[in-house]
Design a protein around this ligand. Structure first.
Ligand code: DAH
Length: 365
């Protein structure tokens, strides 16, 4: 019977032989060096340093060795495992740094790149022009009034001294709604807002009213069945034609430029007496050197609208005492104003809905 083996290791355990352990270590180091990313390094760690790796399995064999042999084998395996773990840690650090660097490059945001932009809408030039005009008057302390575009015949005509047989009614070819006996029209002018205002509030009245109006006009370069007007109305004590002239001169210079004033030509409107056509001084040639001017066609003046002192009959129809109050009123075409302000040739450009046209004016405020 052989006794316990106390001499130096006569037992050969293959996995613990020096060259075997070295081979395991070298295989592990080679695999570690070959790992190109953190994911593959993870697999290498499992294969070469995990519980079932050759070195771990060799380590388990150590216990079976006689005590003296254990020390040598333990050192050998321990050193090999130490070298593998160290190499793993180093490679891990290198790959992590590489990863981080790559992320910095890949996730970098170039703030100078053009942004993906949605095209911004813009307000219609006529809306902007209407707002601009309203603002001019609000700046003088006036209020903005509004009325419906589908209007009672009485307010559109009768209250404004345009009785059923008045010849001036035919000047404004009217869209009637059905049934005809309801006497409802698409308003042909913004003037019914005058009547509405006087019927609902007491003087002093200082109102401006931009809005849409309708007439059965042909649609061409200078006409449209729908267009825009701005109406002004003042009713107060002691109001004269001079106040009207001063107001319109101020309006013209604000809209068309410093020094642009107006002139009156005698005219007729049923709701004003006296009445005048207003011309605005040509803002291009200013009336100087006018023969060559294309904007005013050599006139030096451009037709702008109508105005006058409010007819006492209108005041009475709307419940205002003409013995106490007088007033003035005016009405201008907004589209017309816009057209000659911007030298437009064709009115239809305003209504065709082409965004390239609107956008060209859309930034104006
Ligand atoms: N309503 C008139 C038109 O459409 C314009 C006008 C003229 C308005 C004189 C007024 C005014 O307020 O006083 O032709």
């Amino acid at each position: 019977m052989s006794g316990p083996n106390t001499d130096y290791d006569p037992v050969e355990v293959t996995p613990l032989k020096a060259d075997e352990v070295e081979a395991m270590r070298d295989a592990a180091l080679a695999a570690i060096a070959a790992a190109t990313d953190l994911e593959s390094l993870k697999q290498v760690r499992l294969d070469h340093a995990g519980d079932r790796s050759p070195l771990a399995l060799a380590n388990r064999e150590i216990g079976a060795l006689p005590p003296q042999a254990r020390k040598d084998a333990g050192q050998r395996v321990g050193q090999a495992r130490g070298a593998v773990n160290k190499a793993l840690a180093e490679r891990q650090a290198v790959l992590e740094a590489e990863h981080e660097e790559r992320m910095l490059v890949e996730e970098a945001v170039d703030v100078t790149l053009p942004a993906e932009r949605r095209r911004r809408g813009s307000r219609h030039p006529i809306t902007l022009q209407s707002d601009l005009i309203a603002d001019l008057f609000v700046a003088m302390g006036w209020e903005v009034a509004e009325g419906p575009v589908v209007e009672a015949e009485w307010l559109n005509f009768d209250a404004l001294n345009l009785g059923p047989d008045h010849p001036a009614r035919t000047m404004q070819d009217t869209f009637w709604t059905e049934p005809a006996d309801h006497h409802v029209v698409l308003r042909t002018q913004t003037s019914p807002v005058q009547a509405r205002t006087m019927l609902t509030r007491k003087p002093p009245i200082y109102v401006v009213c931009p809005g849409r109006v309708f007439r059965t006009d042909e649609y061409d370069a200078t006409h449209s069945p729908m267009f825009h007007q701005v109406e002004g109305l003042v009713v107060d004590e002691g109001i004269t034609m001079a106040h009207l002239k001063g107001t319109l001169d101020h309006f013209a210079s604000q809209l068309f430029g410093d020094g642009i004033d107006t002139r009156f030509r005698p005219s007729y409107f049923p709701f004003t007496e006296p009445s005048a056509e207003v011309d605005v001084r040509c803002f291009v040639c200013r009336g100087v050197d006018s023969p060559a001017c294309r904007t005013c066609k050599g006139e030096g003046w451009i037709e702008w609208g109508g105005c006058g002192v409010v007819n006492p009959r209108v005041l009475i129809a709307c419940g205002v005492d003409p013995e106490v109050y007088t007033g003035f009123a005016f009405g201008m075409g907004i589209d017309r104003s816009f057209m000659f302000r911007h030298n437009m040739a064709d009115l239809r450009d305003l209504f065709e809905g082409d965004v390239r046209f609107s956008a060209a004016f859309g930034t104006e405020i």
